[in-house]
Design a protein around this ligand. Sequence first.
Ligand SMILES: Nc1ncnc2c1ncn2[C@@H]1O[C@H](COP(=O)(O)OP(=O)(O)OP(=O)(O)O)[C@@H](O)[C@H]1O
Ligand SMILES: [Mg+2]
Length: 226
Amino acid sequence: MAVNNPSDSLVTLTKPRSPVSEAYRTLRTNLEFSSLDKPVKTMVVTSPGPEEGKSTTLANLAVTLAQAEKEIILVDCDLRRPSQHEIFGVNNGVGLTTMVVDDEAMADPPLQQTSVPGLWLLPSGPLPPNPSELVGSRRMEEILAVLSQRADTVLFDAPPVIAVTDAAVLSSKVDGVLLVINAGGTKRDHAQKAKALLEKVNANLVGAVLNNVKMDTSLHRYYAEQ
Ligand SMILES: Nc1ncnc2c1ncn2[C@@H]1O[C@H](COP(=O)(O)OP(=O)(O)OP(=O)(O)O)[C@@H](O)[C@H]1O
Ligand SMILES: [Mg+2]
């Protein structure tokens, strides 16, 4: 796959003036205001179940944060179905799991440059047999500390929170959690269960994103599609 060839998922790059891109910028602003007293430097994005838009939401949020002249590291901590390397068109040969086993990678993280200035991607790297254990390890905490020193904000992609423990475990180690809810797909009791699981580990739930909402077309004429 070609390097720095942003996929169609990156609407904030391909259609920066579209209503959807505007919505991501609103999300950025809302997050900035929701955490005035306690800045969220490290944040996980998860959702109750699979394919609800976690990775797409996170990738576009990362782009809009970088466009606001922040230094951002996006970490693919979905060690089961990683997709950030595909979204950004970078190689997944080395990444987060390399840092777990390799001290040199720990000292010099294998961050991949993206086409967005200020946005760096740490892909998952080769998939491990024991993702939950790895995410819950002391080494993971060291990785978090190393990455935090190198950026204004470190964002983590994660698997669904109901399906496996990885997202809840990671949530207990970071400053904030953003929950993606799919307007067309997430069941109400699944959303409640996800919230309960996160509260159980004392996660700081900074907000929820309602993905896949049908827009009121009467508003479209105020925006120029580009
Ligand atoms: N708002 C949206 N409108 C249209 N398509 C979307 C939207 N959000 C996500 N998608 C598409 O839905 C699919 C799943 O999205 P994505 O990979 O972001 O979900 P996910 O929750 O990260 O999935 P997984 O559980 O596999 O990690 C992708 O093909 C993505 O392009
Ligand atoms: Mg995903």
